[in-house]
Design a protein around this ligand. Structure first.
Ligand code: ADP
Length: 166
């Protein structure tokens, strides 16, 4: 039987940190479903379609990886897909508290769901999508933070924004 894990997140946008977790996840699992949370409470920089495309381009269309999106509770989506393992990445100690709460809440909501954590590599522990968006909005160098197509898309967003706002 194939072991497939769910890797949920906002991926707004995908960073080298996310990519590193996906590559490492594939050493443990036969397949991954990267699931973009379509959260109506957050206003994302990139649409779900744009995020999906960026992830697929960064991964290079690996048949072991499916990219999908979901609305609502992650455990409900996992159940619909018949997946009981959730993969999450851990950066600094600061991630631990939130991830610990989330994993336990998800287990309370659905006891069949278990969360597996992977530590990020030392080159990526400081990278978050939020900081990347900030760096991009201020015209900073994105090399080593996100795959090149993502950097290009970020530059596109912020060039457009600065032109729109004289
Ligand atoms: P969320 O909005 O749910 O925090 P993210 O898109 O930020 O989702 O992240 C999805 C998952 O990827 C989370 O488990 C997060 O900890 C992990 N992650 C994000 N950035 C990194 C990184 N630089 N290294 C390792 N894991 C990361």
């Amino acid at each position: 039987m194939k072991r497939v894990a769910l890797y949920p997140g906002s991926f707004d946008p995908m960073t080298h940190g996310h990519l590193s977790i996906i590559h490492r996840g594939l050493k443990t699992f036969d397949g991954l479903v990267v699931a973009i949370a379509n959260n109506s409470k957050k206003t994302p920089l990139f649409s779900v379609e744009e995020r999906k495309e960026m992830i697929l381009t960064a991964i290079g269309h690996d048949p072991r990886v499916e990219v999908d999106s979901f609305q609502g509770l992650m455990v409900d989506y996992a159940k619909r897909r018949g997946i009981s393992i959730v993969l999450r990445g851990l950066r600094a100690v600061s991630d631990f508290e939130y991830e610990f709460q989330l994993a336990n809440m998800n287990r309370k909501l659905d006891p069949t769901v278990d969360t597996v954590f992977m530590m990020t590599g030392e080159d990526y522990f400081y990278i978050s999508s939020q900081l990347v968006r900030e760096v991009a909005s201020l015209g900073g160098n994105l090399e080593g933070l996100v795959p090149e197509p993502v950097a290009e898309a970020l530059r596109g967003k912020f060039v457009k924004t600065s032109k729109e706002q004289p």
